[in-house]
Design a protein around this ligand. Sequence first.
Ligand code: ADP
Ligand code: ASP
Ligand code: MG
Length: 828
Amino acid sequence: MKVLKFGGTSVGSVESILNLKKIVEGQDEPVVVVVSALGGITDKLIHTSKLAVTGDSTYLTSYEEMVERHHQMIDAIITDTEKKTALLNTVDDLLGQLKSIYQGVYLIGDLSEKTSNAIVSYGERISSNIVAALIADAKWYNSLEFIKTKHKQGRNLFSNSVSNPLILEVFKDFKNGKADHKVCVAGGFISTDSVTGEVTNLGRGGSDYTAAILAAALDATVLEIWTDVSGFMTADPRVINTAYPIEKLSYVEATELCNFGAKVVYPPTIYPVCIKNIPILIKNTFRPEDKGTIITDLGEEDDNGRAIKGISSINNTSLITVSGLSMVGVIGVNRRIFTALAENGVSVFMVSQASSENSTSIGVTDDDADRACEVLNKEFAKEIEMGAMYKMKLERDLATVAIVGENMKHTPGIAGKLFGTLGRNGISVIACAQGASETNISFVVERKSLRKSLNVIHDSFFLSEYQVLNVFLCGVGTVGGSLLEQIAGQRQKLMKERNLQINVVGIASGHNAMFDRNGISLSQWEEDGKFSIQKLREGLKAAEASNLTYLKEEVIGMNIFNSVFVDCTASADVAGLYEDMLSNNISVVAANKVAASSDYDNYAKLKATARKRGVKYLFETNVGAGLPIINTINDLINSGDKILKLEAVLSGTLNYIFNTISAEVPFSETVRLAKEEGYAEPDPRIDLSGKDVIRKLVILSREAGYKMNQEDVEKHLFIPQSFFDGSLEDFWKNLPSLDAQFEKERQEVEASHQHWRFVAKLENGKGSVALQRVGERHPFYDLEGSNNIILITTERYNQYPMLIQGYGAGASVTAAGVFADIMSIANI
Ligand code: ADP
Ligand code: ASP
Ligand code: MG
């Protein structure tokens, strides 16, 4: 024999209730079916009584809506007219009683607990009758007759000793196989007082408990809880959209998760079936073919299971801290705390005590917080007055998170990983507790960080199928566009091969921005099945207008975990945001060179903030586009080497210009071509004045361990300074006047079998840039197109320096370099 419980949503609509019928009628053994009220009805019953007691006559409308809902349901599902009439008689009789009670409440303006309990019971009383009439071969059972409670400490508690014999009596024939029906249907949640017979209930969500009580009393083979999700999930699916069903849980794990807010099972449900070793199966009424979750006494069987099975949370947490120097070593303080609270009906769900014993923090619900403080201030009034203890400290707006798994006890380092992950994401833990049983670690955080905490933990313990990286992209020019193209193209592969999900959660141009914490779908801008940057740019125009402040507030305000701010602009203003991003635990990947080449103190501060916050500030593409130059220098230094000298051609644009210049293509034309090919900076003067190379040299020198600023670099220009003083327009206009001189020099260079290279050098801690002529034997001689090259001389690579060479400019290689930086953040 089985017990099947169907929750509110499973009896909430015509579709679901017909599923229920199919599931129950398809069983090949006798079953007891326990049902909740139609979804939402319990809330509405309560809401309507509140209207009535405040003298609001719209209670009647609200009541009529409930009548209508039940009538419509009956009309839709019961086709047999005889059955329908009988059912309507019963249901209308119940609804009539309900109406009279509401009238009484409205007229007298009083709503006692007794009346409230009576009102709220009608949901299950009616729904159980409907289900009993719907299922073939079923009989209705009246739960009020055999689920009994006793009144204790102001609460109605289920009484096993009174109920058990009654259940055995009522279900005697059914249990012995002598009944004339295959299915018993009873309402969940509702009960009566064992002394007075007044209607009571088992608490919100209590239908699960009714089902467990029946399963235990009748020695069912299994308790099946049918609901609207495909099992007990790794986290609340309403908060974590990557949560997925857990295949197996132990009773202990399930209890811990439920106690900490996993609503899918009402916490008291587990104990009665656990002591009888009856498995609980959680199933989805809407997808009966899904496997669901089985909760049993897993024992040894689970030794190889995951260390962490699930996460749950309670978001209305207040923390009370009892502290004072007199507490140290005083025996009985904790006893007094807990006795005082218990006597006043305050339930404590978490305790954390410093080993110095001078403070104890306790977690209570927001509703209990004021009362708990009052009770404790009174209890310790004498000590507080003497100054030996402080008044209770109350912190509100908090949330408690618990991570649960029995295998934690076999796995070292879980707490380290947990708190490390939270810290890296800028979440501070206000209190924490781990029981010696090591099946649960709970901690308290600010309520506003709850979602982020859950996401980050879910992700880091690989509960999610995918590790998630959330990307904000600033700049949709050639590099930003190409990056999005690459992300769009690689996403599937990364998910499949690396279990990494890259979510673009924000995209901003200079004027507009869009954000979506669940990830912006890039496929909305496809053209011929491929991501189109043009379409995105069009789409972006219709998005919110954006400016620097808006951008900063949105990105930081989203407070999203594992996030990276990617700067593909050339803007100094955007570079000015990095410090704020890093301090808020958002990593920064910059193609923009402004920050890393800015004043040394600013650069050093950014690096220090990133280090302090445990996030990354990466800018590999600042030098040599996608070439691994900065990473190589970092690796050399981290492994104890010392950089003695750097010699490099670092301007793709200049190299292109000096490789393209010829008798046919004059100097000014090469500049124009470089711009056209997309090598040059948006303002080519930045390249031609050597500024771009100086910035790169400064960045490299800093990464190589030298304190250098742009002014420190000795520069030898090949274009007179006056060309850079006017406007951009003037510059273009004047440029051809240099062609003749360049041609003359070019002929000399050619005649001497040399090539022009614009070389940046770091030697003896000094930086310089200059246009040089290099001969055939020089390693820079053959550097083609827009390529870059760097020779690194170190203590180890001394006689034969290390050489890195390749494409040094271009949107797609730069974007690939940015992508590589993003990936290295994902691999933290
Ligand atoms: P029923 O009406 O069937 O009793 P409930 O609403 O009481 O259903 O419980 C099911 C809901 O619990 C799910 O729809 C889900 O939103 C929520 N829930 C919270 N935490 C979890 C979890 N860890 N696993 C599954 N569901 C959860
Ligand atoms: N109908 C009750 C409630 O909404 C009991 C239940 O559904 O379990 O709380
Ligand atoms: Mg429920």
